[in-house]
Design a protein around this ligand. Structure first.
Ligand SMILES: [Zn+2]
Length: 94
């Protein structure tokens, strides 16, 4: 949980992050979705739009990144898209 100290050089990255954050914060409306999980289980879940569209982890709402924050598809929402969980939530953290 350390914060990278060299953010000043990555202006492009910072701008992208800002746009990303804005996009994510615009997708915090919670709705009920019918999720078809891999394996065929169908669950009705209350998710933010960001979760439903695959931008946030289905379980902890972490955004996709590297390492334990990397995502794996776990199912899909018909007519919306795939849903993901981060590696940490999948129990595969190394
Ligand atoms: Zn997660």
């Amino acid at each position: 949980m350390s914060v990278e100290p060299e953010r000043s050089r990555a202006l492009d990255g910072t701008t992208k992050q800002l746009l990303w954050d804005r996009m994510i914060s615009g997708k915090q409306t919670i709705s009920t979705y019918v999720v078809v999980l891999d394996g065929g289980t169908v669950e009705t879940l209350e998710l933010t739009a960001a979760q439903a569209e695959g931008f946030e982890c289905l379980t902890c709402k972490a955004q996709c990144s590297n390492g334990a924050g990397a995502f794996q598809p776990v199912g899909r929402i018909p007519s919306v898209g795939s849903v993901f969980q981060c590696i940490a939530c999948l129990g595969g953290a190394r």
